[in-house]
Design a protein around this ligand. Structure first.
Ligand code: FAD
Length: 392
């Protein structure tokens, strides 16, 4: 293979470019990114960067473009993939031939249909974060729509900035679908203890305000006044440019167990855009977290260079963290339908809860107990019986 093109210069894309060189690939590497910014890390956008404690420099992904000999093309978008001719069609019509392809186009926030009044924000990119940060300086009344991780972190940062914030969540608890009712209740308590108002179990009927947003109308008819609204209602994988190209696209790029794309040779994918079957948990996954983007990029490159018939399965134990207020939430594995508190004190928001499914330990979540939490990793890897013995 003489050249590899990586589409998407986020975490997975930059890690893939680095991994190619690390694994001894000497051909041309083209890294194509739609954003004009040099690659940066997203997790601080809702935390330290939004709070103003870290600057742009601190969130850079230090990609050694010259050392790695990369053909880095920023502000360029892949519009179409032509698999039979093995070329990409870029914005403006330029054609870019490739031998190997890494798809790392991530995901973008879901939004409400129609034109949004001023004062309505999403948070995915550096530009989004710069705009939201500027809007928070006037100490506006903020409504966060969606009590997921991004919404929860934005609310926590608002409180750190002494900005009044309300979370509107359609379900009756934050993070209910992701973490289940027991942990959802604990997350709700965390917000309330920090003075965040929660409007749970209410969908959004409309955004109020013509030119500028003035409030959020809930499905029960009440209006929550707002000067700034942050919409955090999940993401959609960036796969439109792949429609009709012959790859299997289904809520992400569908991969085999080695991270090779179904429907083509010499094409792999990684990060938020990638869906694959994780044999360790016997389920399909598309993971929207930092560690997976990094690890999967390494694995996908390995598969690309070896060829899928010689490649290994990608079967990691997923991991993520979320910083909210002074609490570090971390999770290993996946949620299950049973849960027990295994260590620590829920009341003090310092504990580990363990998830089980069909009598096996499948995941663990920790609130500010990082070392204890990691002790459950091995039990998850071993599919230990649930509930497990408390970790030492
Ligand atoms: P992305 O980072 O989305 O990068 C994809 C890139 O591809 C983008 O730059 C996009 O512009 C570009 N692109 C898209 N389409 C095209 C195209 N057609 N042509 C060229 N380029 C294209 N995870 C955690 O585990 N813990 C956290 O605390 C945490 N906090 C987060 C906070 C925020 C505000 C956000 C947004 C995410 C957070 N995450 C966190 C998730 C984590 O950042 C993502 O999982 C990770 O960034 C995914 O990397 P990626 O490279 O797959 O996708």
């Amino acid at each position: 293979m003489q050249n590899v093109t990586v589409v998407g210069a986020g975490l997975a894309g930059t890690r893939a470019a680095e991994a190619l060189r690390r694994e001894g690939f000497t051909g041309t590497i083209t890294l194509l990114g739609e954003e004009v910014h040099t690659p940066y890390d997203r997790p601080p956008l809702s935390k330290q960067f939004l709070a103003g404690t870290w600057d742009r420099n601190r969130i850079s992904l230090r990609l050694e473009v010259e050392e790695l000999g990369l053909d880095l093309r920023l502000g360029r978008r892949a519009e179409r993939l032509d698999l039979p001719d093995r070329k990409l069609v870029l914005d403006g019509g330029e054609e870019l031939p490739f031998e190997g392809l890494v798809i790392a186009t991530g995901a973008r926030p879901r939004t409400f249909p129609g034109t949004q009044p001023q004062g309505v924000f999403v948070l995915r990119t550096l530009d989004d974060a710069v705009a939201l940060k500027a809007a928070l300086e006037a100490k506006p009344r903020v409504v966060v729509i969606g009590g997921g991780f991004i919404g929860s972190e934005v609310a926590a940062t608002c409180k750190a900035l002494d900005v009044d914030v309300t979370i509107v969540e359609a379900l009756h608890l934050p993070l209910l679908r992701v973490l289940g009712p027991e942990l959802g209740e604990i997350c709700a308590d965390l917000h309330r203890r920090h003075g965040v108002e929660l409007r749970l179990g209410h969908g959004v009927a409309d955004l109020v305000g013509e030119k500028r947003v003035e409030g959020v109308e809930l499905t029960d008819g009440t209006v929550v006044p707002a000067d700034v609204v942050v919409v955090g209602i999940g993401v959609t994988p960036n796969t439109e440019w792949l429609e009709g190209c012959g790859l299997d696209i289904n809520n992400g790029v569908v991969l085999d167990r080695t991270c090779a794309a179904e429907g083509a040779d010499g094409v792999v994918a990684a990060g938020d855009v990638a869906r694959w079957y994780n044999t360790l948990f016997a389920r399909e996954m598309r993971v929207e977290h930092w560690t997976n983007a990094s690890e999967q990029a390494d694995h996908a490159v390995d598969t690309l260079l070896k060829g899928r018939e010689h490649a290994e399965e990608f079967a990691p134990i997923p991991y993520f963290w979320s910083d909210q207020y002074d609490t570090k939430i971390q999770m290993v594995g996946v949620p299950g339908d049973q849960v027990v508190i295994a260590d620590g004190s829920v009341d003090q928001h310092k504990f580990v809860a363990v998830y089980g499914h069909e009598g096996r330990t499948v995941g663990a979540i920790g609130f500010s107990l990082p070392r204890k939490l990691m002790q459950y990793r091995q039990l998850i890897a071993e599919r230990a019986p649930f509930p497990p013995e408390p970790a030492g």
